[in-house]
Design a protein around this ligand. Structure first.
Ligand code: GDP
Length: 592
């Protein structure tokens, strides 16, 4: 196909919908969808194509004079960067407490912050507090209390640095456990400083040295053994040594020289958001730069707003929030996403425009994960992928990912199914995993990892199966079943009997009534029939009833003469002298 027209330039911000591209090229949407289809892409009118895919399609269509150009986008939130200036001032550390379940994270925060009293003071406030601040000798520490590690994973995915210090709580009577390792990995990947709180030292069975040895086997060397990790033995329950832990946090923070600029437009992160009747969106923010005030216009992801009310973590009104301060605000038009970065802008118009650009950028990002040129090439190269089982493997640590993948590869599929490992990784299941899985026969397996709520919603919407396991053989069993479902079923046919046709009474489109003599075996309703003429099969049918002297009977056996009603799919002109061969057919699922 050759389209020679006047020169034309199409600008694409990052992606373009099928509809828009067809319009720009002066083609009908059907024509464009047809071309995409020929290239292995099943697209709908609203599907977004990335730059490279659009280019390939334009070449394919023979538009020699059309040029694609990347459009310059105006400012989005992610375009705003502030390098620390020399006017930066010191700020409180942001600390996350992590560790294995039941090792004492909640107790530690409760005791440190006297949370129960605080919650009572605030009049049993309904809002969920997701951050707390501890005041000590005129200094402040911000503690983040987030619902599980998913929270951090989501924020990390946005590339943001949320925590300065991670306090890893390990019970001295239990040692290093899977979530302890997860916490260590998180802290390392987030580039945060680690302080270990060896908890429950009051317990019988507590062994501080063994716990330290356990930790050093996982890459955390205690200072007293020549390493660089501060480990403080504590009892969160009995309030032992917590002062020392706080001192260590402050000391670490001093060494890190944590700073922020305050004379820049305010910015930070969304750490929680929910709707409340009467108030609309209630959003918890952590300020990381500048000073946030009531009345400020802010943008976060696809939404924006003017701050109507601002409360501190105790639920008391706050006029101004400086870096490392958590606040609860109202005024966002819609709920921003957890982990979104927020920035302050001058006016409503700028806010609206920036939110729009952010939305566009997010759509582009999902488009590039949606149909990319790599997908295109891959689809062009695979002829029949009906027997390919695609998996994405996520695990808590690299070791578990490797052993899951190795074990999957060991499942013997007798060469009938190809196992395609689409991707692997350490950490919770994320958006990207779901995007990558949005094809046929693809399962995301998680081993000892979490699935954030927003991700499971997204997966449900896109029909992407996510399965998480804590036991490896259960995961393997599931994968085996999935592959068995892809196997061609086994067809078992059993001969039952034979009849010679002696009379044909009616042949309609879907029904034949005939009579004959059973030469061998028997004939029963529901048997299948091969209609044979001179040893050649001319059709297939199913027995719907058997009759003897015009009465329905359960069966006809060898030697008997009787009538038959047969169900057929196509009109078959049965003739006297044809043979009917009866049989049963069982379709059996195969196993590996
Ligand atoms: P989380 O799941 O890590 O938040 O653990 P929790 O704070 O809920 O604590 C789990 C259990 O351990 C609770 O029954 C606590 O009372 C108990 N616990 C926590 N810290 C200590 C401690 O220092 N000593 C003792 N003996 N028990 C503790």
């Amino acid at each position: 196909m050759e389209h020679n027209q006047e020169e034309k330039t199409i600008q694409i911000a990052g992606s373009i919908t099928v509809d828009e591209l067809a319009g720009a090229l002066g083609l009908s949407v059907t024509e464009l969808i047809g071309t995409l289809f020929k290239n292995g892409i099943v697209a709908t009118i609203n599907q977004r194509l990335d730059f490279e895919t659009a280019q390939i399609i334009i070449d394919e269509l023979g538009f020699k004079n059309v040029k694609l150009e990347k459009k310059n986008t105006a400012t989005k939130t992610s375009d705003i960067h502030h390098e620390l200036s020399d006017k930066a001032v010191s700020r409180p550390p942001v600390v996350a407490v992590m560790g294995h379940v039941d090792h004492g994270k909640t107790t530690l925060l409760d005791t440190l912050l006297n949370k129960k009293t605080v919650e009572k003071e605030a009049g049993g406030i309904t809002q969920h507090i997701s951050a707390y601040q501890l005041e000590r000798d005129g200094r402040t520490i911000t503690f983040l209390d987030t619902p599980g590690h998913e929270a951090f994973a989501a924020i990390r995915q946005h590339g943001a640095q949320l925590t300065d210090i991670v306090v890893i709580v390990v019970a001295a009577d239990d040692g290093v456990k899977p979530q302890t390792i997860e916490a260590i990995n998180f802290a390392k990947s987030a580039n945060a400083k680690i302080i270990v709180a060896i908890n429950k030292i009051d317990r019988e069975g507590a062994d501080i040295d063994r716990t330290k040895a356990d930790l050093s086997n996982h890459g955390l060397q205690p200072e007293e053994w020549g390493g660089d990790i501060t480990m403080v033995p504590i009892s969160a329950k009995l309030n032992q040594n917590l002062d020392q832990l706080v001192d260590m946090i402050l000391l670490t923070s001093d060494i890190e020289e944590l700073k922020a600029d305050i004379d820049i437009p305010a910015e930070g992160l969304v750490i929680e958001s929910h709707m409340e009747t009467g108030k609309g969106s209630v959003v918890n923010l952590l300020v990381t730069g500048g000073e946030l005030k009531t009345g400020d216009f802010i943008v976060a992801g696809k939404t924006y707003g003017k701050i109507r009310t601002m409360l501190d973590w105790r639920g008391k009104p706050k006029g101004k929030a400086t870096p490392s301060t958590p606040v609860t605000v109202t005024g966002f038009k819609e709920l921003p996403d957890f982990g979104d970065r927020f920035v302050e802008v001058n006016d409503e118009k700028t806010a609206r425009k920036m939110a729009l650009l952010n939305a566009q950028a997010a759509a582009d990002e999902s488009a590039s994960a949606n149909v990319t040129s790599t997908d295109l090439l891959r689809m062009m190269n695979t002829a029949d992928n009906s027997k390919v089982f695609n998996v994405i493997v996520k695990g808590d640590v690299l070791g578990s990912v490797t052993s899951v993948v190795d074990s999957l590869k060991m499942i013997d599929t007798h060469g009938e199914i190809t196992l395609n490992i689409v991707s692997t990784g350490v950490g919770d299941i994320n958006e990207n995993d779901v995007y990558m899985a949005a094809g046929e026969h693809t399962v995301i397996y998680g081993f000892n990892v979490n699935v954030p709520i927003n991700i499971s919603k997204m997966a449900a919407r896109d029909n992407v199966p996510i399965r998480t396991y804590k036991v490896i053989y259960e995961l393997l069993d599931d994968a085996k079943h999935e592959m068995e479902n892809l196997l061609d079923a086994e067809v078992i046919e059993e001969d039952k009997g034979e009849m010679k046709v002696l009379g044909v009474f009616r042949t309609e489109k879907t029904q034949i009534i005939a009579g004959g003599e059973v030469l061998k075996g028997d004939v029963k309703p529901n048997y299948l029939v091969k209609i044979m003429r001179n040893k050649e099969e001319i059709g297939e049918a199913e027995v719907s009833s058997t009759q003897k002297e015009k009465m329905d009977v359960k069966e006809l056996v060898a030697g008997e003469t009787g009538g038959l009603a047969l169900k057929t799919e196509h009109k078959t002109d049965l003739q006297i002298g044809d043979r009917l061969k009866f049989f049963t057919r069982e379709i059996k699922k195969r196993t590996l």
